[in-house]
Design a protein around this ligand. Structure first.
Ligand SMILES: [Zn+2]
Ligand SMILES: [Zn+2]
Length: 207
């Protein structure tokens, strides 16, 4: 390490530094019910603990904050999440489980892309893993790619291709977490599809 200026206080305005250096991610109770979670797209309730990822504002000077539900951040932004977990003085409910989720997501580089599961609404899309078409009505896992503060949809993979693509089969909790739109029955079907390793049968195409 060479001459680091230890005398100057480290603040956001301290001058140029490597991206992300000196950023202090945070946990805080949401002061309103209007912030939207970047991980799942849903609102964060008033008073609910939220995670803030601080990053340089790409549209000008200063910093910006991306807000997340803690669980959404643990899965999708494990690195800053774990950093904040170490630094925070806030009490974080279910801390151990969140830390486990974040470490799991960090262990395989593609896991943070998991954006939930659904039955393919058409037979048009191709699997990013095996490059075959995803049959209409079969389960697929949506992917979202993070870049510079944004998540962009990036296709999907067959549920059955999960091991090949994510290099681990241990993704059920994460997939279910990002599938809040699924009804109870669909969730059960998805659970079963995970258990059997099958893709689940396509519902009969009527009409
Ligand atoms: Zn969320
Ligand atoms: Zn596939």
């Amino acid at each position: 390490m060479e001459n680091e200026t230890k005398t100057a206080p480290v603040t956001g305005a301290a001058g140029p530094s490597a991206p992300g250096a000196g950023m202090h991610h945070l946990f805080e109770p949401a002061p309103s019910g209007r912030s939207k979670c970047r991980g799942c797209g849903r609102l964060i309730a008033l008073g609910e603990l939220r995670f803030g990822e601080r990053l340089p504002n790409p549209f000008g000077g200063g910093e910006m904050t991306l807000w997340f539900h803690p669980a959404c951040a643990a899965y999708k932004r494990p690195e800053p999440f774990l950093q904040a977990l170490v630094e925070t003085s806030q009490e974080v409910p279910e801390r151990e489980g969140l830390e486990r989720a974040a470490r799991g997501s960090l262990a395989h580089r593609r896991l943070p892309r998991i954006d939930g599961a659904e039955r393919a609404p058409s037979g048009q899309a191709k699997c990013r893993s095996c490059r075959q078409r995803i049959e209409r009505g079969s389960w697929r896992i949506r992917l979202a790619f993070y870049e510079e503060g944004r998540f962009s949809p990036g296709g999907s993979v067959h549920l059955d291709c999960r091991r090949a693509y994510f290099e681990t089969g241990d993704i059920r909790d994460q997939v279910l977490h990002f599938s809040p739109a699924l009804g109870g029955e669909e969730r059960d079907e998805l659970q079963r599809a995970f258990d059997t390793g099958g893709s689940g049968e396509a519902p009969p195409a009527e009409g």
